[in-house]
Ligand binder design. Structure first.
Ligand SMILES: [Zn+2]
Length: 134
């Protein structure tokens, strides 16, 4: 289950940061979830509430989830465009979640029609900010 593994690694990372920065406790963790990532924010948040109790200094941390929209850059004309889900069948959306590279099969540049593009945003999960008390 992605959400469980993610919760655990986020809590562990927050604990490490707290230790490094001499924080007594972590108050808030901001996590950014990419649109092309197969993570359900609400499930992640729910699991995190349980998982954080296992980590010293993180037990009272508030989880803030931000989502990052997918963005692509056309390698032919340089146009930067987002993910237009309208008209995409449900299975296609699913496929992109599990394997962002498959986006290439379904998406083309809105400007020149090229299918040669790079995913420049929206495929990662990362910790944006950790706040705590010294
Ligand atoms: Zn283009």
């Amino acid at each position: 289950m992605h959400e469980w593994a993610l919760s655990d690694s986020i809590a562990a990372a927050a604990k490490d940061v707290a230790k490094k920065e001499n924080l007594k406790k972590v108050d808030a963790i901001t996590v950014v979830l990419g649109e092309l990532q197969d993570i359900a924010g609400n499930i992640f948040a729910e699991i995190f509430e349980d998982v954080k109790k296992n980590y010293a200094g993180v037990a009272n941390a508030k989880l803030i989830i931000e989502s990052e929209a997918a963005k692509f850059r056309c390698l032919n004309c340089g146009n930067i465009f987002g993910l237009n889900r309208k008209g995409l069948p449900h299975e296609t959306n699913e496929a992109m979640h599990f394997l962002p590279e498959t986006a290439k099969l379904y998406i083309k540049c809105e400007k020149c029609g090229s299918t040669d593009f790079k995913i420049i945003q929206g495929r990662g999960v990362f910790i944006k900010e950790i706040k705590g008390d010294k």
